[in-house]
Design a binder for this molecule. Structure first.
Ligand SMILES: [Zn+2]
Ligand SMILES: [Zn+2]
Ligand SMILES: [Zn+2]
Length: 323
């Protein structure tokens, strides 16, 4: 009986052939070679994540056929509470780097390498095209229960639950980022067209992503997000006005957007702005604390982003904005 998969070469393992990572005691391998490869950047860079609480395939979630014929999907095997770090997945920049067993399994089965790449790679404005071999199995849903971020300096995707996910539930993300307030309307519309053509995602008029009122709020939040850095921030009054907008944006993000990712960036903005003036300085504490907490969820503790956040938290005066 197949109980696990090798975390590096992805082959199914029989129960008595499983070799476990001695650190996290969760990740499984077929051989010592695969474990060594997976530890470094040539593989999934498990060294960065072994000490952190990351879910594992076959323990916390599994890849299997969906009932509605979409093909494969990712399903939770237990209750995954909000903000659970579901998976970390290395981003491959070209199809040639993807492990062979996975290339063979990629849709379209009879397709060329280029067709497989086009269908399964994930594009983000900030990082370009990347293919995550497990992330590619996560299907789209406009009412998604998870969200993903590409951590550029670690070259990895991280997938996070944005609400409690019940045992047996399919884990889903949005392919079109329709409520991602950090992107422009033009970008989101173009993205929607791409996913319609590429993955045949056709939403009904009744779908949440077609809601006019929500669309307007998303647009307003996006405008606010773009406006904040351009506002004057010299006097105490000006800074207080900007921070009022930061708080408004945080509130809106919480309600309309894709969760923790949007909030994280805005908390950092609040911190950077509050420390500009002696009078608003005490306000920085809340922002940097929330920012650090969000980094603990969306990043590795070994990453430069997290380490930098920790330094600012411990000593805000090292930031160039400090009054
Ligand atoms: Zn292996
Ligand atoms: Zn480990
Ligand atoms: Zn939709």
């Amino acid at each position: 009986m197949v109980s696990r998969h090798c975390a590096y070469c992805l082959i199914p393992l029989e129960a008595d052939k499983v070799k476990m990572c001695g650190g996290c005691k969760k990740r499984s391998y077929c051989s010592r070679d695969c474990q060594v490869n997976d530890w470094g950047a040539v593989g999934q860079h498990h060294k960065q994540w072994c000490k952190e609480q990351i879910c594992e395939e076959d323990i916390d979630w599994e890849i299997r056929e969906t009932v509605d014929g979409k093909g494969l999907g990712v399903f939770s095997k237990r209750l995954l509470p909000k903000h659970t770090r579901i998976m970390v997945d290395r981003g491959y920049r070209k199809i040639e780097d993807v492990p062979l067993p996975f290339i063979n399994a990629l849709m379209p089965h009879e397709g060329t390498l280029q067709e497989k790449w086009d269908l399964n790679s994930f594009y983000r404005e900030e990082s370009g095209d990347n293919l995550g071999i497990r992330l590619a199995r996560v299907n789209h849903d406009c009412r998604n229960n998870a969200t993903n971020k590409f951590i550029t300096d670690l070259n990895a995707f991280i997938l996070i639950a944005i609400r409690d996910i019940q045992e047996g539930e399919e884990i889903s993300i949005q392919y079109h980022f329709y409520n991602d307030i950090s992107t422009s309307k033009g970008y989101r519309d173009a993205r929607e067209q791409v996913i319609r053509e590429k993955w045949s995602v056709n939403c009904l008029e009744s779908c949440i992503c077609r809601d006019k009122v929500l669309a307007e709020r998303i647009q307003k939040a996006h405008e606010l997000d773009s406006m904040i850095p351009t506002m004057p921030m010299k006097t105490e009054e000006q800074i207080k006005r900007v921070l009022k907008n930061v708080d408004l944006l945080l509130k809106e993000s919480e309600q309309i957007s894709n969760g923790i990712m949007a909030l994280s960036r805005t908390y950092y903005d609040g911190f950077q702005i509050a420390i500009l003036h002696k009078k608003t300085y005490p306000l920085h504490k809340m922002y940097i604390q929330k920012y650090l907490e969000s980094c603990e969820i969306v990043d590795s503790k070994l990453s430069s982003t997290y380490q930098q956040a920790l330094k600012y938290y411990q000593n805000p005066s090292i930031h160039r904005n400090h009054f």
